[in-house]
Design a protein around this ligand. Structure first.
Ligand code: MG
Length: 450
């Protein structure tokens, strides 16, 4: 049986085993107790298990005196935006993000429309383990309301971004194929593209939660999209994960350009219009760093994890940031990864570049990544990482999150997993072969410690 995953990204488990009604109740009651009442926005992705979890979530919130605003099937970033719209005390997105169909989960957000930071999340999890929950008497129960305007408000907000020239895009009339993998994206991405004047071809657009393929938008899962882009001679293809915070791009030749480049393209567009600061996590491609430096803009790396990136962005007042997994954060709208924002920025970048998507990608700094993992069962991961840091101390490794060693044109990042006895080895270099060689070299060094 799989484990229940409890992390700074929320709670995730499998339906029929670890994500039981009792488990959902425990964490939602803890969150309600932490909030001490107020409005709570609740949205869910399209998963088949979503309705029953939604009922439990709303029931628990009402029982503890929270006023519930149910916004239906929406993206995770839409929940974040709606917290601000409704001036709510917090929000819950019912989603297991890019995980397969048997998973579901809860992502918790505070009144600022951001994920709980590590300290806040720790408080909620401590309350969950204590089990002393606030319960209101019959005359103080929370009410439940529905609001079906959330997706449209999100679209309108994207159309209003200062970086997006809606009129020019409408005139250009891009032909776009979009694969929303039967997730919540089917209710927002095609509609956004139409509002931007695109000729839209949808695949897997029905938001029924029966994912037509493995939902993580990695190149190997985008074959259907690649074929459709070629067949329709489209300008670009977009794929999003079920809760629509990650966006991957397929070029006009049907070639996935890699999720790392979604953020690089957004960064180049933003910096071409405005000076400012950028934050990415430690495993994100150096392409964005090169772009920031080209524009003489400050570039900072944070620990891995969306909230860590967002916290750092807030701290240094960044204008763009995100993660290399196709997660673009644009604070002008809000402090969360947002695929609708990524789609609009990509089309604007393509419009301004004037060439094809393949040419736009080729114009950016070129890097390739290799991601490996090494089983370290029986070894203490912290000792392994410490030994690696000592071995490479002449290279001045960055120890903010694991061990990252930078070389002139490449880097390697070693991180332990919080859920498995493995160390992840992520390497980036100018070519795929060099990246693989670098990752394998470090993998072997770790293995030899066993
Ligand atoms: Mg996601």
């Amino acid at each position: 049986m799989s484990r229940l995953m409890v992390s700074i990204s929320g709670v995730r488990g499998e339906i029929g085993s670890t994500l039981s009604p009792q488990t959902i109740e425990k964490y939602v009651m803890a969150f309600a107790t932490y909030l001490k009442g107020g409005k709570v926005v609740v949205g869910r992705d399209s998963r088949v298990s979503g309705p029953f979890i939604n009922d439990i979530v709303k029931g628990c919130l009402a029982a503890s005196g929270c006023e519930v605003i149910d916004i239906g099937i929406v993206s995770t970033p839409t929940v974040e935006l709606e917290i601000e719209h409704h001036k709510a005390a917090g929000g819950i997105a019912i989603t297991a993000s890019h995980n397969p169909i048997q998973w579901n989960g809860l992502k918790f957000m505070g009144s600022d429309g951001r994920f709980l930071n590590p300290d806040q999340a720790a408080k909620v999890y401590a309350l969950a383990d204590e089990g002393a929950f606030v319960l209101q008497p019959w005359d103080k129960l929370g009410r439940v309301k529905s609001d079906d305007g959330a997706n449209q408000r999100h679209i309108d907000a994207v159309l209003n971004l200062s970086y997006v020239d809606v009129e020019a895009l409408r005139k250009r009339r891009f032909k776009v194929v979009v694969d929303t993998v039967n997730g919540a994206g089917g209710l927002i991405i095609p509609q956004l593209l139409e509002a931007l004047g695109c000729e839209v071809i949808t695949i897997n657009e029905e938001a029924n939660g029966r994912f037509a393929h493995t939902p993580e938008p990695l190149p190997e899962n985008l074959t259907q999209l690649s074929k459709a882009v070629k067949k329709h001679k489209a300008d670009v293809g977009f794929a999003v994960d079920p809760d629509v915070d990650r966006c991957a791009i397929v070029d006009n030749n049907g070639q996935p350009i890699g999720e790392e480049y979604t953020l690089a393209i957004a960064a180049q567009l933003v910096f071409s219009k405005k000076m400012g600061r950028m934050v990415v996590n430690m495993s994100t491609s150096r392409a964005s760093e090169d772009i920031a430096k080209y524009f003489n803009c400050m570039f900072v790396r944070s620990k891995v994890g969306e909230i860590n990136v967002a916290e750092k962005m807030k701290e240094i007042d960044a204008i763009i940031g995100g993660e290399g997994n196709g997660g673009v954060i644009l604070p002008e709208l809000h402090m969360g990864r947002d695929a609708p924002v990524a789609v609009a920025l990509t089309l604007q970048a393509l419009l301004e570049h004037g060439g094809t998507m393949a040419e736009l990608k080729a114009s950016l700094p070129q890097y390739e990544m290799a991601k490996l993992k090494v089983n370290i069962a029986g070894m203490d991961p912290d000792k392994v990482l410490k030994a690696m840091a000592e071995k490479y101390q002449d290279q001045d490794p960055d120890l903010l999150d694991g061990v990252k060693i930078d070389f002139p044109d490449r880097w390697v990042h070693l991180r332990k997993s919080n859920t498995e006895p493995i160390v992840r080895v992520i390497a980036e270099a100018p070519t795929a072969e060099q990246a693989r060689e670098l990752a394998e070299r470090f993998l072997e060094e770790i293995k030899k410690m066993g």
